[in-house]
Write a protein that binds this ligand. Sequence first.
Ligand SMILES: [Zn+2]
Length: 246
Amino acid sequence: MPEGIVSRILRLPGYGAYAWEADEVTGVLWLSIRQTTATPYSVCGGCGISVRDVHSWTERKLRDLPWGVWGVWRVWLRVEVHRVRCRRCGVRTERVPFVTGKAHSTTRLEAAVARDCEAAPVSRVARTWHVPPETARRMDKRVLRRWAAARPRKPLRSLGVDEISLGQRDKFLTVVSDLDRGEPIWAGLERKREPWTASSPRLCRRAGAGPCAPSVSTCGSRSRRASGPTCPTPASSTTSSMSCGM
Ligand SMILES: [Zn+2]
């Protein structure tokens, strides 16, 4: 198969395949890729500016989305990664656009695995994408961290505290939720206030003394509103809400 067709299937803008190798026994497709522009440049991993002064380079292996029906071909990329001389940062490793940090998988594969982890157990997702379960779990965590870091931060105005019955052994699970956003922000087996207020400065400020001291009510209207479609309340739970007069 010509390298031009391989590059079109690969669809990594600015990069193309110059060699490929298929292992029929293991079902692994190795693709060697590099930049296709006439005058390649690198992005400094420290400050993000374009640099053309290459200090050295090395080969990096990355797991990518599988090819073929039912993902019959597992794809690994061999990428030329440069160390560049940046006038601001000195010698730094370049930033590869389709990888996040030092991960061994492409960002698009991590996103696909994390999307499936929302609806299926990690073990099943790992089998689907031909990765070890621990690798799938790490991918999911990385995507969640990136999502959490990029989401807009809004002030916490009201808390909901649910106690969910777990049975004879563990008794109760305490779940603290942001009532305005309708999502849990802390969970634990402790029934006292100190563990979850100490776990987050944001919670501590809101639940502490002072002008923002919370008012507590049991099964109030605010709690029922927040326990809608996005935050179902189990039948065997008690609910209270705390609001901050801001
Ligand atoms: Zn730099």
